[in-house]
Design a protein around this ligand. Structure first.
Ligand SMILES: *Cc1c(COP(=O)(O)O)cnc(C)c1O
Length: 378
């Protein structure tokens, strides 16, 4: 099979440069104000961004932390989860969902996902609950909320906490309510490529519970709320003031950007559903962090796309139990068949708010070509 030749520039999976090009001067000014104040650690912009992000998520409390991974770890710690405990995690997600659990010494217990949208399958959760289970971590993967009604009712029946992994779901809604305020704790990442991204690492824990907000604020700051009074063994995982200043500028555009993502996702779906691609369901409150399709012969389709200058990616090529880091969990191949099928079949097309329609048309044409080539191959 010869891949068609690349014409023109490569279309990236995510384009951070175009956003900086559009917002450069307010961002430069925000950074410069921090440099002049020199309040680098837990400065004014951290406090203001925490207040603004809490209001955005419709919760009373938000605590800025060093990353999404740390947000998940600190959420578990704040609930007192540790060695001997189990936490339920979907088998298809970014590895950090499970790391947040493992870093406390607790054990992630995997549950398979749904075939239609790669989100944790509520029908399989109860089988995974034991006397050691403390919490469930639904992941709003690709920007779409997990079935929070079903998950909440299972959690309350068994006395479990619910920690949302909202790292891909800034602004997503479930029945009109914002992600991050749907469970006991919400965890966000501001990794640069997320819907709301910093210019470095960052994260946030959101909650309605003041006791949890206080514990996260203490644990992220070396276990102290008052200088040199260390109440617990903590991390150094504070949201950087420069990043908070940047995020305050960007938060004002988040809804507009999510709308642009949604319109582009609908455009892709209209064009691709007829071309033999399995697209994600429309999903009312999704913020389309990624545009994921499932195709047969995924690896060959991906190489063809790359040869045609399309920066497609895979999210994610392995289910959690297939990762080397998690061999010790003792799960075998075939144990989470739906997650494994997502890992084998999914690919992500370029998607960002500034993506042009001409570039989308190029992606669509390239994918149709690639799919047809794979079908024709012996
Ligand atoms: C990005 C991401 C994380 C981790 O966030 P970091 O800020 O990179 O540590 C956790 N869970 C999911 C689902 C993610 O997409």
């Amino acid at each position: 099979m010869t891949a068609p030749q690349q014409t023109g520039k490569t279309i990236p999976l995510v384009d951070l440069k175009v956003q900086y090009h559009n917002l450069g001067s307010p961002i430069d000014a925000a950074i410069s104000r921090v440099l002049q104040r020199c309040d680098f650690i837990l400065g004014k912009d951290v406090r203001l961004f925490e207040t603004e992000f809490a209001a955005y998520c419709e919760v009373p409390h938000a605590v800025g932390v060093g990353s999404g991974t740390d947000a998940l770890h600190l959420a578990c710690r704040a609930l007192g989860i540790g060695p001997g405990d189990e936490v339920i995690v979907p088998a298809m997600t970014f590895a950090s969902t499970a790391f947040g659990v493992s870093l406390t010494g607790a054990w992630p217990v995997l549950v398979d996902v749904r075939s239609e949208d790669a989100l944790i399958d509520p029908a399989r959760i109860e089988d995974a609950i034991s006397s050691r289970t403390r919490a469930i971590i639904p992941v709003h993967l690709y920007g779409r909320c997990a079935d929070m009604d079903a998950i909440q009712s299972i959690a309350s029946r068994h006395g479990l906490a619910v920690i949302e992994d909202a790292a891909q779901a800034h602004g997503a809604t479930w029945q009109g309510r914002r992600a991050g305020g749907l469970g006991d704790i919400g965890c966000f990442s501001f990794y640069p490529g997320k819907n709301l991204g910093a210019y470095g690492d960052g994260g946030m824990v959101t909650t309605r519970r003041s006791d949890i907000a206080q514990r996260v604020a203490m644990l992220r700051n070396c276990g102290s709320l008052q200088k040199y009074h260390h109440d617990d063994i903590g991390l150094n995982s504070r949201l950087d003031t420069v990043q908070a200043a940047i995020l305050r500028v960007k938060l004002k555009f988040l809804d507009e950007w999510n709308g642009e993502r949604r319109r582009r996702a609908m455009y892709y779906t209209r064009a691709l559903e007829s071309a033999g691609c399995q697209c994600m369901p429309a999903g009312e409150g999704s913020v389309w962090h990624l545009y994921v399709v499932r195709v047969r012969g995924r690896d060959r389709v991906l190489s063809s796309l790359q040869a045609q200058g399309i920066g497609a990616g895979i999210h994610y090529p392995f289910a959690i139990h297939e990762l080397k880091a998690y061999r010790a969990l003792g799960y075998g191949t075939g144990e989470f068949p739906v997650a494994e099928q997502w890992a084998r079949r999914s690919l992500s097309l370029p998607l960002y708010p500034e993506l042009s329609h001409d570039d989308m048309d190029r992606c669509i044409a390239a994918l149709k070509t690639a799919v047809a080539q794979v079908e024709d191959a012996p």
